[in-house]
Design a protein around this ligand. Structure first.
Ligand code: ZN
Ligand code: ZN
Ligand code: ZN
Length: 101
């Protein structure tokens, strides 16, 4: 799909991982990083939470999710807003960045 230009907060180093304070210049990079957090201590493998296919790189799992799964497959619901996520760490990061005071 085409990249939208000038989409407001999509650009710049303002996508912060609240779990370790690293910042990323795109939401996709942050998501990939959060996938890595999800599988810390799992021996370097990354398992799709929807179909359980195993990958050896977080970015490959991310690509797989983008191409094979959609919104309806997201399993973690935010209890404060309608957003949903594939990974618990994504939900944690979202909650800490959007719903903490
Ligand atoms: Zn992090
Ligand atoms: Zn899958
Ligand atoms: Zn929320």
């Amino acid at each position: 799909m085409p990249l939208s230009i000038g989409g407001g907060d999509e650009e710049g180093l303002n996508h912060e991982c609240k779990l370790c304070s690293q910042t990323f210049d795109s939401p996709a990079k942050l998501q990939c990083h959060l996938i890595e957090h999800s599988f810390e201590g799992m021996g370097g493998t990354f398992k799709c939470p929807v179909c359980f296919t195993v990958f050896v790189q977080a970015s490959k799992l991310q690509q797989h999710i983008f191409s094979s799964h959609g919104q309806e497959d997201k399993i973690y619901d935010c209890s404060h807003c309608p957003q949903k996520f594939f990974f618990q760490t994504e939900l944690q990061n979202h909650t800490m960045s959007q719903h903490s005071s």
